[in-house]
Design a protein around this ligand. Structure first.
Ligand code: PGA
Length: 248
């Protein structure tokens, strides 16, 4: 499989609100056992209460881990929030920011997502900033305008900040629906994101695709020039499937 420029492939799992101590132990053990065989960098973004378990299970392996959200605030009276410095204490490498479920179910604005990314960067975490359009927005031809709007406050953080991030394009209509964007549909948006990154002077930022990625469709997505890996939801809960995606 060709790899574009010198951007390394990255496959991240997003467990969402799934798992239990027992289920996680089995999944993490299976990932760890296969670690040496994976061709690319892999990581898992787990629910906050399982960070300690994940850190312990993956310590010393090449597999990285992180959280699914992070507070934009450093500390204080923010009940229920988790700060980047707390994530850091548990060895997190990644913090998702602006997943569509946060944007739609929790009303997160484009600016808040950028603030979360900045808070993560300040602690040395790599924010994985997610963007994506709804079906309605796609059907009305607004996809690229929506992505541009979502990215604007993130790009406004400047070249140095953006160069230290990962971006993920996740069309909302493809998440958890079994309906993947075609490689061409995904590439069109990835190319637009790449153009914006290039304009900023950060062309090497990894841009992942997410939305019903599975072993059966990963290779054709990864063959696209501007797709650098995947953010995987449902399929990341099954070790064998997740590892087969990463083996491409
Ligand atoms: P999915 O989720 O792979 O289950 O579609 C992807 C995501 O929401 O990150």
């Amino acid at each position: 499989m060709t790899q574009t420029a010198n951007r390394a492939r990255l496959v991240l799992g997003n467990w969402k609100m799934h798992g239990s101590l027992a289920d996680n132990a089995a999944l993490l053990d299976a990932l760890r056992a296969a670690d040496a065989a994976s061709h690319c960098q892999i990581g898992v973004c787990v629910p906050f209460p399982y960070l300690a378990q994940t850190a312990q299970a993956l310590a010393g392996s090449a597999i990285t881990w992180g959280a699914q959200d992070v507070s934009a605030q450093a500390k204080g009276a923010f009940t229920g929030e988790v700060s980047a410095s707390m994530l850091k204490e548990f060895g997190c490498r990644w913090a998702l920011a602006g997943h569509s479920e946060r944007r739609t179910l929790h009303g997160e604005s484009d600016q808040l997502v950028a603030d979360k990314a900045r808070a993560a960067l300040e602690q040395g975490l790599t924010p994985v900033v997610c963007v994506g359009e709804s079906l309605e927005q796609r059907e009305s031809g607004d996809t690229l305008a929506v992505i541009e709007r979502q990215l604007a406050p993130v790009l406004a953080l400047g070249r140095e900040a953006v160069a230290a991030m990962v971006l993920a394009y996740e069309p909302v209509w493809a998440i958890g629906t079994g309906r993947t964007a075609t490689p061409e549909q995904a590439q069109e948006v990835h190319a637009a994101i790449r153009a914006a990154l290039t304009k900023l002077g950060a062309p090497q930022v990894q841009v992942l695709y997410g939305g019903s990625v599975k072993a059966a469709n990963a290779a054709t997505l990864f063959a696209m020039a501007d797709i650098d890996g995947a953010l995987v939801g449902g399929a990341s809960l099954v070790a064998e499937e997740f590892l087969r995606i990463a083996a491409n």
